[in-house]
Design a protein around this ligand. Structure first.
Ligand SMILES: NC(=O)c1ccc[n+]([C@@H]2O[C@H](COP(=O)([O-])OP(=O)(O)OC[C@H]3O[C@@H](n4cnc5c(N)ncnc54)[C@H](OP(=O)(O)O)[C@@H]3O)[C@@H](O)[C@H]2O)c1
Length: 331
């Protein structure tokens, strides 16, 4: 029987999510990859235990994580049941709907019909009565924003989610959504967006500044650019890496000579700071006080342990920041 490490809260930092009452661990664990049907169950279980044992209270899922869709939630439900259910009140579990989930007009995008049905399915797969955060997963150009936000309202009112979140929104749409959710008195607290040394979209589309202005948190996904911002690919492409074992979203063509030379330049800087490349990449995201958490993925527990230590040093000198800007220019 699993018993959580008694010292689990000693080293993690917890950051307030915007101006809400909710705190998130500075490092959160996502189950997008390596939790599907063909992944090794004991390894998944070990990663969840390692994360929780080290103060990672937040586990991020979505209806479509797998493959196949739904299987990450099913596997996480089994881990919860076997190991973690007694710790439910110490955990923050999130899920989402917004990408393709089932055939026909009701299993994709942002209709009320889709969101309500999808969350019911997610709860069943995970064996939960509620999730802590339910996200709309991406902006829907066709469904009226009022309808999608109205669905989030009903979901929260029904007690099936405690907080609402938005993922992959831009600054302008975030502002409109916030006004609607505020009118409806929905506890909307968090944005989930991609952000890393190599991906500055939220600096350009207004999301980062607008979230701060509105007092909303930001949790940043793919902070390691899916593994590129680590030492993983510096000596070729390992057989057990995401590019080889999955390849749906991270392709070999991403690894241009130019990108690898940038990663090598970042490594020299990380070495000087006494950090791994991964630790420095995560620290760089966490340096801003309006970033609530970095949402990492992992294929083994040792990566989680390496990444957690990023929180030991999240401050950068002006010179280091300038160097990072120069290295990452033109990615
Ligand atoms: N809202 C959205 O639309 C959205 C989209 C994408 C992701 N997400 C969320 O964000 C989470 C994280 O995304 P991500 O997996 O792309 O994040 P990531 O942290 O950028 O990449 C994780 C991958 O990097 C490698 N890695 C991690 N730590 C390492 C270390 N210390 N040394 C060497 N390699 C290391 C591993 O790859 P190997 O497998 O090669 O070992 C791992 O699977 C997802 O699980 C999901 O919850 C959300």
């Amino acid at each position: 029987m699993y018993t959580a490490n008694e010292k689990r809260y000693e080293t993690m930092k917890y950051n307030r999510c915007g101006s809400s009452g909710l705190k998130l661990p500075a490092v959160s664990l996502g189950l997008w990859h390596n939790f599907g049907e063909s992944a090794d169950f004991e390894n998944m279980r070990d990663m969840c235990r390692t994360a929780f044992d080290n103060g990672i209270t937040h586990f991020d899922l979505a209806n479509n994580y797998g493959p196949p869709e739904g299987s990450a939630e099913t596997n996480f439900g089994r881990i919860l049941k076997e190991d973690l259910s007694v710790y439910r009140d110490e955990m923050l579990i999130s899920t989402k709907a917004g990408y393709y989930m089932w055939p026909g007009p009701y299993g994709d995008w942002g209709s009320r019909k889709y969101l309500m049905a999808s969350l019911d399915q997610s709860l069943k797969r995970m064996g939960l009565e509620y999730v802590d955060i339910f996200y709309h997963h991406r902006m829907d150009p066709e469904t009226p924003l009022e309808e999608t936000m109205g669905a989030l309202e009903q979901i929260v009112r029904s007690g099936k989610a405690l907080y609402a979140g938005l993922s992959n929104y831009d600054g302008k749409t975030l502002e409109r959504a916030t006004a609607i959710l505020q009118d409806l008195k929905v506890p909307f607290v968090i944005n989930q967006n991609r952000y890393s040394i190599f991906d500055r979209t939220i600096e350009k589309n207004g999301l980062k500044d607008k979230a701060k202005e509105l007092g909303k948190g930001i949790i940043c996904f793919s902070p390691l650019a899916q593994g590129v911002l680590t030492d993983r690919y510096l000596d070729g492409i390992p057989e057990d890496s995401r590019i080889k074992t999955d390849g749906r979203f991270l392709k070999e063509s991403t690894l241009t000579d130019e990108k690898l030379s940038k990663v090598r330049a970042l490594k020299s800087l990380a070495d000087k700071r006494g950090q791994s490349i991964a630790q420095m990449a995560l620290a760089w995201v966490l340096k801003d006080d309006n970033i609530t958490s970095v949402l990492i993925g992992a294929s083994r527990s040792s990566q989680i342990l390496d990444n957690i230590r990023a929180i030991d040093n999240t401050s950068f000198t002006e010179e280091e920041l300038t160097q990072i800007e120069e290295i990452s220019a033109g990615v």
